[in-house]
Ligand binder design. Structure first.
Ligand SMILES: Cc1ncc(COP(=O)(O)O)c(C=O)c1O
Length: 328
């Protein structure tokens, strides 16, 4: 295996602890644990910190003076990239899909406070705009480094391959025999990296991704993309591991009314976790994934299992959803 250079941006290992109150509240016969990647310590925390440790090392290696990335208006990836760039004395441009709001809130507010240059575009123009910006900067003699949406390329996914030895070690020390990991999945880098890391360390439990906005088959089918990304990550790490679409177990029943639209599933999950464990999850990703876990338990599935919920962050986006979350 080849070890790739990284820059320390996250406080690792992140904590892992039980959620006994939640298990009791749900009448669950198994055990519930949580891996706190919301506490990575970069901006408001979250899964992008692990990816950025590798992506930013590459940016520095290439002598970049500016980082460009993209996402939704409340992108957790963008605020963590902005924070990482500022820490490393780089400029940061973010291309966000949506209209400029009158009163920016949540992660967008933090992006602005941290001095990111924000470009608002329509969703299909996001990627082309990033590359146009990079071209304009190059012509002006600057050295931009473009990070894809979600930091989800092979290099970013390495962060989650390397998270698996960390969590397995923690579980060994705590004597936890984990049957299943639950994680929110969207641009795919987190899950692709984790499933590869699971093979690497011989983790025998399941990894169940909760699809936030992706479909299983047809146009934009997720599993083939995940397998391709994991295999590219394996190549980078010089690992002799090959994954297939069938290696990725995902739930697609929790797409609700669409990406970033809060419904009963997310609202109830956010309140349930805050009120039972004092932990905040977010409206777009982790609320949806926790809602899925709660629903499965309430339907009697995954009975008596030991389940680890991987908290990937997202709580700062709550501040942009006050009406949806409390005035109903
Ligand atoms: C908080 C949070 N959780 C989960 C995800 C999903 O991770 P990935 O895009 O690597 O699938 C994201 C992606 O933006 C995120 O911001």
């Amino acid at each position: 295996m080849k070890y790739l250079p990284k820059i320390t941006l996250a406080q690792l290992p992140t904590p892992l602890h039980g959620m006994p109150n939640l298990a009791e509240k749900l009448g669950f016969g198994g055990k519930l644990y949580i891996k706190r990647d919301d506490l990575t310590g970069l901006a408001a925390g979250g899964n992008k910190s692990r990816k950025l440790e590798y992506l930013m090392a590459e940016a520095i290696k290439r002598d970049a003076d500016t980082v460009i990335t993209a996402g939704g208006l409340q992108s957790n990836h963008c605020i963590q990239t902005v924070a990482a760039a500022k820490k490393l004395n780089l400029d940061c441009h973010i291309v966000l899909s949506g209209d400029e709001p009158k009163h920016p809130n949540g992660n967008l507010f933090l992006d602005i406070l941290a001095g990111a240059t924000v470009h608002y575009v329509k969703r299909p123009d996001r990627d082309p705009r990033m590359h146009e910006l990079a071209e304009e900067m190059r012509k002006a003699g600057k050295h931009p480094y473009v990070i894809p949406v979600g930091g989800s390329n092979a290099l970013g996914s390495v962060g989650y391959t390397m998270a698996m030895p960390e969590v397995v070690r923690q579980m060994e020390l705590m004597n936890i025999k984990c049957d299943r990991i639950i994680v929110a999945s969207s641009s795919g880098g987190t899950m692709a990296g984790m499933v590869l890391g699971a093979k690497l360390v011989g983790f025998k439990g399941k990894i169940t991704g909760i699809s936030i906005d992706r479909v299983k088959t047809g146009k934009g089918a997720f599993p083939p993309e995940l397998a391709e990304l994991a295999n590219k990550t394996a190549e980078l790490l010089e690992l002799d591991i090959k994954l297939n679409p069938d290696d990725f177990e995902l739930e697609y029943d929790y797409l609700g009314d669409g990406y970033a639209i809060v419904g009963d599933n997310e609202r109830e999950a956010i309140k349930t976790l805050a009120q039972s464990e004092g932990i905040f999850i977010g409206p777009v990703y982790t609320g949806r994934a926790m809602g899925a876990l709660i629903d499965k338990i309430q339907k009697g599935e995954w009975k008596n299992e030991t389940i680890l919920f991987w908290h990937t962050g997202d709580a700062a986006a709550l501040f942009d959803y006050v009406e949806e979350l409390i005035s109903r």
